[in-house]
Each structure stands twice: as C-alpha cells, then as structure tokens.
Design a protein around this ligand. Structure first.
Ligand SMILES: Cc1cc2nc3c(=O)[nH]c(=O)nc-3n(C[C@H](O)[C@H](O)[C@H](O)COP(=O)(O)OP(=O)(O)OC[C@H]3O[C@@H](n4cnc5c(N)ncnc54)[C@H](O)[C@@H]3O)c2cc1C
Length: 60
C-alpha cells in the first residue's frame, strides 16, 4: 500500500517534496495557508500586464 504524506506549505520545499514523493508512489497532499497563491516567497507577480519573478508574500 502506498504511503500517504502531507506536506505543509506550498513553497519550493513543499512542492518539491510532494513532487518527488509522488514520483516514488506516495499519495501526497499539500496544505497551504495562503488562500490565493502557491510558491511561497518565490513567485511571479503580474502588475499591469508585466510579470515579475520576485520574492514576496509572507515570511512565517
Ligand atoms: C529576499 C530574498 C531573496 C532570495 N533570493 C533567492 C534567489 O535569488 N535564488 C534562490 O534560489 N533563492 C532565493 N531566496 C530563497 C528562496 O526564496 C527560499 O529559499 C525559498 O523560497 C524557501 O522555500 P520554502 O518552501 O522553504 O519556504 P517558503 O517559500 O517560505 O514557503 C513556505 C510556504 O509554507 C506556507 N506555510 C507556512 N506555515 C504554514 C502552515 N502552518 N500551514 C500551511 N502553510 C504554511 C507559507 O504560506 C508558504 O507558502 C531568497 C529569499 C529571500 C527572502
């Protein structure tokens, strides 16, 4: 039976862990506190049609 894993946080660490564990066959669930964005403090922000790869968002 495949293990079930919960990753807390959809930043680079949580998303990478979920991806790699999923590739190994684990059933992964990512829980993210931010209701609007994934990516943690690394994300692309769109402003007036321009995309900015930026570090933003909350540091918890
Ligand atoms: C100013 C600055 C510049 C940087 N520049 C670079 C760079 O040029 N290149 C580079 O490789 N790295 C850079 N970094 C580092 C990189 O951004 C971080 O190493 C990376 O974002 C860390 O990822 P993380 O998943 O560990 O944490 P985070 O990105 O902080 O993600 C954590 C996630 O967990 C969520 N979370 C927290 N607590 C909970 C909870 N209790 N329940 C649910 N969700 C929760 C948060 O909302 C967030 O989405 C920079 C960082 C800073 C601050």
């Amino acid at each position: 039976m495949a293990p079930s894993v919960i990753c807390i946080g959809a930043g680079p660490a949580g998303l990478t862990a979920a991806y790699l564990l999923g590739k190994q066959g684990a059933r992964t669930t990512v829980i993210e506190a931010d209701p609007d964005h994934v990516g943690g403090i690394s994300r692309t922000v769109t402003y007036k049609g321009f995309g900015f790869a930026h570090h933003c968002g909350s540091l918890r």
